[in-house]
Design a protein around this ligand. Structure first.
Ligand code: ATP
Ligand code: BTN
Length: 246
C-alpha cells in the first residue's frame, strides 16, 4: 500500500478521483492524497469538512478477490489500523465506532468511507477513503466542536501529517496482508477489543424506524448484531442505519 501515489492540492473528493483512476487501471494499493477537498463525502450522502493544511484526506485503491458482502471487513481493517496508529504514535485512547468512525474521548477524529465497483457479484476495485482531523484548532472545528476533535486538540502540539500517513500506511499494509492470509477473524477480534458500546444499550436508526437494544457483537461480515429484551437478535448493515448510544 502506498508504493504508487497521486498527490493533488485540491479535488472534490479523493474517493471520486480514486474511482476515476481505478477505472483507467492503476495498481493495487495506489494512494490518492489531497491537501484539501471541496466536497468531501461521508456515509449516507453526508458531507465531510475538509479544510486545507490541517487534515489528512486520502483514498486507497484496493483490488482484492472478494464479494461485495466482504467489503465492510476492509472498513473494519482500516478502522483498526487508524485506532492502533493513533494509540501507539500519540498515546491517545482511540476507539472504533460501528461501522466507520474513530473516536477519542467521545469525539469523532476520523471517518472512513469505502466505495466499490462490482459486476456479477465480483468486486472490481474498492476505494477506501480516510479522513483524519489532524491539526485543526478547536476554533477551526467550528460547528463540529461538540462532536468532533482533532489530534492536535488531543495532544496539544502540531502533528506531522506526512509521518502520520507513513505510519498509518505501514499499519494498513500489515493488516491488509493479515486479512488476505488469515481472513476476517483476527481483524474482527482486534476491532472488538477497540470497539465502543459493546454490551451497552444503543439506538439504531434507519430511514423509517428506530430500534433500541444491546450491542452484542459484529458478525462475520462486520454487520451489527443487536439483542432485544425479548431475547431475539437482529443484524443491521452499514448502508442502512446509524448507531447511537442510548
Ligand atoms: P454514523 O456514521 O453513525 O451514521 P455520523 O454522524 O458519524 O454517524 P457519518 O456519515 O459517519 O455520520 O459522518 C458524517 C458526519 O460527520 C457529518 O454529518 C458531520 O456531522 C460529521 N463531520 C463532518 N466533517 C467532519 C470532520 N471533519 N470531523 C468530524 N466530524 C465531521
Ligand atoms: C464518514 O464519517 O462518514 C466518512 C468520512 C470519510 C472522509 C474521507 S476524506 C477522504 C475520502 N474522500 C471523501 O470524500 N471521503 C473520504
Amino acid at each position: 500500500i502506498g508504493l504508487n501515489s497521486h498527490y493533488v492540492k485540491l479535488t472534490s473528493s479523493t474517493n471520486d478521483l480514486a474511482k476515476e483512476l481505478a477505472k483507467e487501471g492503476v495498481k493495487d494499493g495506489t494512494v490518492v492524497l489531497a491537501e484539501e477537498q471541496s466536497a468531501g463525502k461521508g456515509r449516507l450522502g453526508r458531507a465531510w469538512q475538509s479544510p486545507g493544511r490541517s487534515g489528512l484526506y486520502f483514498s486507497v485503491i484496493l483490488k482484492p478477490e472478494v464479494s461485495p458482502m466482504e467489503v465492510t471487513q476492509i472498513t473494519m481493517m482500516a478502522s483498526v489500523a487508524v485506532a492502533k496508529t493513533l494509540e501507539r504514535a500519540f498515546g491517545v485512547p482511540a476507539r472504533v465506532k460501528w461501522p466507520n468512525d474513530i473516536y477519542i474521548q467521545g469525539r469523532k477524529v476520523c471517518g472512513i468511507l469505502a466505495e466499490m465497483a462490482a459486476e456479477a457479484d465480483k468486486v472490481r476495485f474498492i476505494v477506501l477513503g480516510i479522513g483524519i482531523n489532524v491539526n485543526q484548532s478547536i476554533e477551526d472545528l467550528g460547528m463540529l466542536e461538540q462532536t468532533a476533535t482533532s489530534l492536535r486538540a488531543q495532544v496539544g502540539y502540531i502533528v506531522s501529517r506526512a509521518e502520520l500517513l507513513k505510519t498509518l500506511l505501514e499499519e494498513m499494509d500489515y493488516l491488509y496482508i493479515k486479512w488476505q492470509q488469515e481472513g476476517f477473524d483476527p481483524i474482527k477480534k482486534m476491532w472488538k477489543d477497540l470497539a465502543l458500546w459493546i454490551g451497552h444499550t444503543v439506538t439504531v436508526s434507519g430511514l423509517q424506524k428506530t430500534w433500541a437494544g444491546e450491542m452484542v457483537d459484529i458478525d462475520e461480515y462486520g454487520a451489527l448484531v443487536i439483542g432485544f429484551a425479548d431475547g431475539t437478535r437482529q443484524t443491521f448493515y452499514s448502508g442502512d442505519v446509524s448507531l447511537r448510544m442510548s
